[in-house]
Design a protein around this ligand. Sequence first.
Ligand code: G3P
Ligand code: MG
Length: 243
Amino acid sequence: MTYIFAHRGSSKDCPENTMAAFKKAYQDGADGIELDVQLSKDGIPVIIHDEKLDRTTNKKGNVFSYAYNELTKADAGSWFSKTFAGEPVPSLQELLEWIAPLPMLLNIELKNNIIEYDGLEEKVLQLLRHYGMEERTVISSFNHYSLVKIRKMNSYIETAPLYSSGLFEPWEYVKAVCSQSAHPHYKSLHPYIMEGFKQNNIPVRPYTVNSPKWMSYFFEWGTQAIITDYPIHAKEVYSGKSP
Ligand code: G3P
Ligand code: MG
């Protein structure tokens, strides 16, 4: 079985990293969702991809310059389509409240490779514990120091380094950063790399797999999951129907 994670929610059909996109992913039958977390000025974990608000909201400047109550007033939907006007930037707490009762997996990406947020790891772990989500969450990041920090604070939650390409024996690297699985860019996964992960029993969840050709490649390898903007298409490819 290969799980299908909706990248920033069902981000093909809805504005990325909004509750609308996450709810659509659930309706689409995705097994899990991937989302990006940063901290507001007052230290609240919020869900947004870019370090700046400019691309996906009607506000400008750094996420860390805005208090949480200001971010809730930002419109994170209109840039995508008028239909989503007024869709707010969600907090991680709001997302967890929604997902906890649902049979869904979660991938929290700590978006702290460019800006390091003091206390981000602790806050995310605390919320996951509070909502009983530790067993079905994997924490990933391009900041691998952050993954080692997580492991020092929590001995069992699954973590995964994100990387784009070029690591030598990445299954060894996964262990070196105290992680259990890998989230590589899909194009880096040549057959000999897939074979190495397989031999070492390291689950792989490539990002961002949007073409039927690459979806089929990973389904044939029996990859543990794929991360995609198109969960509906991925399900069609998985069940043998072309999208
Ligand atoms: O977690 C997979 C993927 O989201 C990593 O890249 O830039 O889309 O957050 P990005
Ligand atoms: Mg991400």
